[in-house]
Design a binder for this molecule. Sequence first.
Ligand SMILES: CCCCCCCC(=O)SCCNC(=O)CCNC(=O)[C@H](O)C(C)(C)COP(=O)(O)OP(=O)(O)OC[C@H]1O[C@@H](n2cnc3c(N)ncnc32)[C@H](O)[C@@H]1OP(=O)(O)O
Length: 219
Amino acid sequence: MKGAPIDQKWNVPATEESPLEGGFRAEFEVTTERGGPRYGELIEEVRTFMDKVRYASPTPELADEIIDDLKLFNAKLDTLLVDEWHTPSGTRVDLPSRGNITLPPYEVIDGGEDGVTASVEFRRFHLGGNGVAHGGHVAVVFDDLGGMAATLHVHGIARTAYLTVNYRSLTPLETPLTMRTWAERREGRKIFVKGTLHDGDRLCADMEALFIQLRPGQA
Ligand SMILES: CCCCCCCC(=O)SCCNC(=O)CCNC(=O)[C@H](O)C(C)(C)COP(=O)(O)OP(=O)(O)OC[C@H]1O[C@@H](n2cnc3c(N)ncnc32)[C@H](O)[C@@H]1OP(=O)(O)O
């Protein structure tokens, strides 16, 4: 298991008739083929590049060179852009964070109705200051894995209404951390979710969130 539990509801082939829920498709095709066998490696190289950009102080000449190279890469990708339902970034459940380049990399260890446990590693790119993670990046992972816990709990799409993070101690970079998220209780469409982030036994942060299960067809 890497980016999501693969045996859950979303592992259903999409059809033209698949209902839309809040702009999400309730059912969409999950394939580990899209992007090819080296897609994870591609994402990893881009992450490494972002890590280096965060800390590099390039000469003007090197900046010129890299800009030219990046323009070539962007032009190559321009020829292959697809909609969000057909991009591997976000649906490659065999990859960390489902192959979603915008999320800090996590690997789901266990996930189901009772909650989600994942190993998360903030990269150098996620630096806030003083060598530790930016609080916003911590909140992003809580939102994604909290949303996953809500979704698995109700077997339906849920959207964040609010999310409160308490930063209890510093969150290190380049260290495997454990995040747990679970639905504490449910009142109709309201799913109250809690979460923790630990570095070993040390609590780095915890969160409380409300997710609302979307009605069929809700935009
Ligand atoms: C597996 C991958 C997971 C990825 C997860 C990623 C999750 C995300 O980031 S989603 C993006 C961020 N969130 C958003 O953009 C949400 C924007 N807001 C909305 O779309 C809507 O306000 C939405 C859907 C949350 C609620 O609207 P709607 O469905 O009409 O519900 P509504 O009837 O207003 O409220 C339902 C109940 O929730 C309560 N409620 C709604 N919002 C809040 C809130 N912010 N605080 C407290 N209570 C709230 C209402 O009071 C109501 O309670 P009750 O039934 O007891 O009267």
